[in-house]
Design a protein around this ligand. Sequence first.
Ligand code: NAP
Ligand code: G4F
Length: 333
Amino acid sequence: MKTALITGITGQDGSYLAEYLSKQGYKVYGIVRRSSTLNFERISHLMDEVELINADLLDQNSLMNALSVSKPDEIYNLAAQSFVPTSWGQPVLTGEFTALGVTRMLEAMKLVCPDSKFYQASSSEMFGKVQAVPQTEETPFYPRSPYGIAKLYGHWITINYRESYDLFACSGILFNHESPRRGLEFVTRKITYNVSRIKKGEIDSFDIGNLEAKRDWGFAGDYVKAMHLMLQQENPDDYVVSTGETHKVREFCELAFKAADIDLHWDGKGLDEVGIDKKTGKKVLYVNEKFYRPAEVDLLIGDPKKASTKLGWKPDCTFESLVEMMVKKDLER
Ligand code: NAP
Ligand code: G4F
């Protein structure tokens, strides 16, 4: 039986990965930080299958202890401050978690279990102001947020530990991936959750930011399989994981309302633009400057060719099914 240790097991990806590895017959350990109320909603169905260890990315000793206790064959470093807007409000903390946290994990692995395999959760946010379309493993980085910059540090320190100490360390440059377990502050879940509340008559409307931003959105359940595949290869390497399609936030809104049987049409321009329910004439969506970013990433679209040819990975869930799945789950809640 193989053993895996997941940091960030309480997050969206951590929960899908724990589920997947457990089904593959792994003994799964997860790192959780102590808090005054339990925060295990996404893994409540897995509590008999996973073993949780208290540790924090800010605390080197606790990470070393987690590795000594679990003796993992594979380490998946998913923990991070992952919400881009928060990274402008808390840039130093974001650097501590999302950048230096990776060095702490790699140091712990180097000292406690150098023969383990390591996965780092890198991000398409590192491409930022994109230097090529589509983005590949060779595309130069140009991050646009303290989060993107912290992730770039994590990416390079992973490569550096691989080259300096011959560790089996891989970095997955994952494009946006979503699910019904996505945090409510991210745009996709914010839309599907609020559409379901409008449908149920709980609210009349909600506010949104930049409708023109384009993202390459996939399903988290598909993406965790790519993480696992990277650690099953003969040699460590870095891979772009994406669908190869891009869509505007505007299109996501239209499809989400459609999935709730509401035909959305637009009126006005820029900050005065509103989304209107065609049947009732009610305004259901307002553009609010509050959700604009100091520096935006306008377009992301990844080329998953390397992941497809070398890992044999491909996403199963389409953009349309992803939106429908998320709206359906929010309506059921
Ligand atoms: P998420 O839902 O925000 O989960 C983040 C996890 O990190 C949570 O379990 C959180 O624990 C944990 N964490 C945060 N700070 C910590 C600390 N100091 N010590 C220990 N644990 C800590 O993120 P996600 O969407 O699952 O993403 C997983 C990883 O992939 C992140 O590194 C993210 O930056 C990266 N990524 C995500 C995407 C995407 O589209 N989802 C794309 C590219 C890369 P609590 O529950 O205690 O807060
Ligand atoms: O859903 P978002 O907040 O995701 P973002 O910033 O792309 O970051 C996510 O994906 C990264 C991979 O590229 C991860 F590394 C990161 O951890 C995270 O998972 O915003 C997506 C887009 C942005 O352009 C934003 O300006 O949606 C736009 N947007 C428009 N209105 C909004 C809103 N974003 C949010 N969060 N809330 C809005 O009301």
